[in-house]
Design a protein around this ligand. Structure first.
Ligand code: ARG
Length: 575
């Protein structure tokens, strides 16, 4: 495993055992990067409390048991009981050499690959995708890529909203449009929905037809189903266009909309009833779960069949979950859905557990996220108060990026500039989203996300392009030897330590489902690279230093490009 912390932790554990016995070895040390050494271990305070001893004495005893070896160069007492640790330069070089030799940068293929479902994006048919779907799409796509990179079998599920009463009015509106000589407006999905809605609200006869159409749709009337499918096709085309534009890996074959589960809904409810999990309540069929109560402590039911006999999200989600476990063989189910749906999903999960559809070995996870806010810290809207269209947002990002690229790199030809702007604009939008702890809201701020300084996509892309530019100038684009670089200067060491964090970062991201961990890691790599660039001449250095430093540049470029790729962001070779 490429991560110096693994070896360090092992050595500290051994030292604790040697000094204080088995009980002490169980104390997990906290190890951080430190300004005073490579790392600082914090274990003596906790161990001191447990063993009722002075932390300084404990740290002293541990330091005694941490002699220099092939990993540790020095271990020294610091402050009230910290241990400062410096690693052997050869060890760092050898670890980097292993990373260089591996196409996966040292990340082992999952020993027990799992089938993982990632449910994300999931927009609604006949409505244009808006900024509200942006987060689910971007976060979900990143998680799918990370899990795939680890070697798991990822099944993407785009649980689109393709069923329900609005289809009555949408189909009737489509028929009106056809009667008037076309259905061109279908391409403008937002206005299509709005016009249908307005007619439904303002025209009693139309509303009547719409309601009748819902009945026909639910009854499986052939002509109605054809019209309905047309709406879905156009919408999926619209979504796919946006995914392509955004560099999101969802394909039409990943679409598994709500309607797909229709036939199984009545049987599922019957099963819940027979198992004694669902019972009638005020005309509806409900699951009552002991731990779900409302504000006044009243039990909150999960409604699996409504009073009118219809089915809602809960039943569809339960059916989809059962299908994913039983038919798709999912061992881990990840739902990338906004935080407001936390209780809904928690109840769906709890019900699935009780019903035996998700055995304890299957992980069910809600990847919740906060809202995108406007500059006024309120929900992100256009000036006229409408939700922001995703297509317009992407265009604006690319446009703004083009301006930045034209100022930054005026000498590049326009086609190259346009290509870079594409990566930068889209990368900036994605990165601004992914780099925040997902559960928090964040403010959508063009200037911040497009800045070339700070924890931004342009900053990382620029660091990557800088590495590539040095390699180009050296004529060493392919530094294919796997020999380790030499780690001597402090800035080389600092860069090495950040690069060696890659494998653990990917694993932690996959475990916690928090993309911002990768962002933070890449930012630290890019910052360390800036220090290296400032203090360590590469092209002007004498051999063998020059080659050694080129190897560091090459590995840095690979880590940045791979890390960005896991975020769904492409890194241009020049900027
Ligand atoms: N279509 C829903 C919406 O736009 C999101 C669905 C999320 N996925 C799920 N399995 N419930 O709000």
């Amino acid at each position: 495993m490429i991560d110096p912390l693994v070896s360090l932790r092992q050595r500290i554990e051994d030292a604790a055992r040697a000094a204080f016995g088995d009980e002490a070895a169980a104390q997990d040390p906290a190890i951080h990067r430190s300004a005073h050494a490579d790392y600082q271990a914090d274990i003596a305070m906790a161990l001191g409390r447990r063993l009722k001893k002075n932390p300084r004495e404990i740290a002293c005893a541990l330091v005694d048991k941490l002699p220099a070896d092939d990993v540790i160069a020095t271990a020294a007492l610091s402050g009230p009981g910290f241990i400062n640790l410096t690693l052997q330069a050869d060890y760092l070089g050898a670890q980097l050499g292993q990373m260089r030799a591996d196409a996966r940068l040292g990340l082992p293929e999952a020993a027990a690959p799992q089938t993982v479902i990632v449910d994300y994006s999931s927009p609604n048919v006949a409505k244009e995708m808006h900024v509200g779907h942006l987060r689910s799409t971007i976060i979900g796509d990143c998680l799918a890529r990370v899990l795939e990179f680890q070697g798991h079998k990822v099944i993407r599920q785009n649980h689109i909203g393709d069923w329900g009463t609005p289809f009555g009015m949408l189909i009737e509106h489509m028929l009106d449009e056809r009667a008037a000589g076309g259905e061109a407006s279908l391409r403008e999905l937002v206005s299509f929905y709005k016009i249908a809605r307005a007619k439904f609200d303002g025209d009693a006869a139309f509303a009547e037809r719409a309601r009748g159409r819902v009945v026909l749709l639910q009854a499986g009337d052939a002509e109605t189903l054809t019209l309905w499918r047309r709406l879905i096709d156009v919408s999926v085309q619209h979504f796919t266009g946006l995914y392509d534009k955004l560099g999101v890996s969802l394909r039409p074959t990943d679409v598994a909309g709500e309607s797909r589960y229709n036939d199984a809904l009545p049987g599922l409810v019957a099963e819940l009833e027979q198992a004694g999990l669902a019972r009638p309540s005020e005309g509806a069929m409900c699951v009552f779960l002991p731990n779900f109560t409302g504000r006044e402590n009243e039990p909150v039911p999960l409604i699996v069949r409504k009073q009118d006999g219809g089915y809602g999200y809960a039943t569809t989600d339960l059916t989809a979950l059962r299908h994913r476990v039983q038919a798709l063989g999912a061992q881990r189910l990840i739902y990338v859905v906004g935080a407001p749906q936390s209780q809904h999903l928690a109840m769906v999960f709890a019900t699935a557990r009780l019903a035996g559809w998700a055995p304890p070995s299957v992980r069910l996870e809600h990847v919740a996220f906060g809202s995108v806010l406007g500059p006024d810290k309120k929900m992100f809207k256009t000036r006229s108060g409408e939700s922001v269209s995703l297509a317009a947002l992407i265009d604006e990002g690319v446009d703004r990026a083009l301006h930045a690229v034209q100022t930054k790199a005026p000498d590049l030809d326009p086609a190259t500039q346009a290509g870079i702007a594409q990566s930068v604009g889209i990368g900036a939008i994605k990165y601004a989203d992914l780099s925040n702890d997902r559960i928090k809201d964040y403010v959508f701020d063009w200037n911040r996300m497009l800045a070339f300084e700070g924890n931004t996509a342009p900053y990382l892309m620029y660091a990557h392009a800088r590495c590539r530019s040095i390699l180009r100038k050296a004529g060493a684009d392919d530094v294919s030897t796997t020999e380790p670089p030499c780690i001597e200067a402090p800035a080389e060491r600092a860069l090495a330590l950040e690069l060696l964090n890659f494998v653990t970062t990917v694993d932690k991201t996959a475990e916690s489902l928090q993309p911002h961990r990768i962002c933070q890691h890449l930012y630290e790599v890019a910052t360390a690279y800036a220090g290296f660039f400032e203090h360590c001449p590469v092209l002007k250095a004498d051999e063998p230093l020059r080659t050694s430093r080129l190897r560091l540049c090459h590995l840095t470029a690979r880590v940045l490009a791979q890390g960005l790729a896991l975020l769904g962001i492409t890194a241009p070779d020049q900027m």
